[in-house]
Every structure is written in structure tokens, then in C-alpha cells.
Design a protein around this ligand. Structure first.
Ligand SMILES: Cc1cc2nc3c(=O)[nH]c(=O)nc-3n(C[C@H](O)[C@H](O)[C@H](O)COP(=O)(O)OP(=O)(O)OC[C@H]3O[C@@H](n4cnc5c(N)ncnc54)[C@H](O)[C@@H]3O)c2cc1C
Length: 156
């Protein structure tokens, strides 16, 4: 197996076709990672959420990351990591950005289901306030593994 870094341009193309990533945030030296649906455009990752631990943590510490991968097999995969800054998109200041996020996210069938259903499972029928946020991308890196010369156990 051969692992190569992929170009920034390829990282962007990869994020454009991706839809599920693992969002990492941290507070008081404690990391927290959750899967989320996302949409990507130029310098931003957009996510629909509800209020909970990740939002409370990101409000306190806005330094976050998102890892996205495509795994075709043990020796054939791509992985991209984005580092960035959490930006909440509340009404009414960000009405236009929220509408834009909705437009991007709704390319995914039933794009709202995981964010809202998870909260509903915890909170019952109480009114659930949807919350949009975006990650302003500060840096990006990517790796691709392809079948090739075998790495041997002797090298490990
Ligand atoms: C495929 C997929 C897509 C998803 N897409 C979205 C999305 O787009 N937007 C969104 O907001 N949520 C999405 N979720 C749900 C998300 O992963 C979180 O479960 C949810 O957002 C609640 O996070 P929270 O920090 O608000 O947790 P809280 O409700 O505040 O819960 C706190 C505690 O619950 C536990 N917990 C919470 N979430 C998880 C989890 N996923 N796995 C195990 N334990 C957990 C942890 O112990 C955590 O400390 C998705 C989940 C999956 C599997």
C-alpha cells in the first residue's frame, strides 16, 4: 500500500462530494467527536444542529476540526482533515447565510433527519430549535492510500 498526500485542490473536490464527517471539538483538555452531515463551499463547512454539548463546547472554544473519509478497502481510502473556527449563524444577523446553508445541505436527502431526530429522542415532542453553524476553514490536509508495494511487518 502506498500513502500519498493529496493536493489542496483535490481536498476541496473531495469535500464537495462528501456528506458525513466527524466533528472534533474540545473543552478543558477533553476532546469530543461526533458524526455530522455537512455541506462544503469554498472556505466554509455548513452544519445543521440543535443545542447540546458540542454547541456549548464550540461556543466556549471555537477551535474545531472535521475529518471526512471514503474507505473502499483496507488499502484504498481517502481522508481529509479540516481545521477551522466555529461560527454560529443566528437569526436575524445571518438570515442570508442560513438560507444558503439550507440550500447547500438540502442536496442531501432528508438532510435534517439526524440533527432533529436525535434531539427528539432525548427531548420528546418539545419544540426543537434548529441551529445552523459553519466552520471557517483555516487549513486542510488530505491523504490517499492506494494498492501498491506491500509495507512489510518488518518495517513496523
Ligand atoms: C450518520 C450521522 C449523522 C448525523 N448528523 C448530524 C447532523 O447533521 N447534525 C447534528 O446535530 N447531529 C447529527 N448526528 C447526531 C450527532 O452525532 C450527535 O449525536 C448529536 O448532534 C448530539 O450531539 P450533542 O453534542 O448535542 O450531544 P448531547 O445531546 O448534548 O449529548 C451529550 C452526551 O450524549 C452522548 N452522545 C451524543 N451524541 C452521541 C453519538 N453520536 N454517539 C455516542 N454518544 C453520543 C455523549 O456521551 C455526550 O457526552 C448524526 C449522527 C449520525 C450517526
Amino acid at each position: 500500500m502506498i500513502i500519498n498526500a493529496i493536493t489542496e485542490k483535490d481536498c476541496h473536490a473531495f469535500l464537495e462530494r462528501g456528506s458525513i464527517g466527524r466533528l472534533g471539538c474540545s473543552l478543558d483538555n477533553q476532546p469530543y467527536v461526533v458524526p455530522v452531515y455537512f455541506a462544503y463551499e469554498s472556505d466554509y463547512i455548513y452544519v445543521l444542529s440543535t443545542l447540546g454539548q458540542k454547541i456549548e463546547w464550540m461556543r466556549t472554544n471555537p477551535k474545531v476540526c472535521l475529518q471526512v473519509d471514503e474507505i473502499a478497502g483496507q488499502s484504498e481510502w481517502m481522508s481529509v482533515i479540516v481545521d477551522g473556527v466555529y461560527e454560529e449563524l443566528p437569526e436575524p444577523q445571518y438570515t442570508a447565510e442560513r438560507a444558503h446553508a439550507r440550500t447547500l445541505l438540502q442536496k442531501q436527502y432528508r438532510w435534517w433527519i439526524n440533527a432533529l431526530a436525535e434531539r427528539q429522542a432525548k427531548g420528546g415532542e418539545a419544540l426543537i430549535e434548529p441551529l445552523f453553524f459553519r466552520i471557517h476553514i483555516k487549513s486542510i490536509s488530505g491523504l490517499r492510500a492506494i494498492e501498491g508495494a506491500q509495507a512489510s511487518l518488518k518495517n513496523v
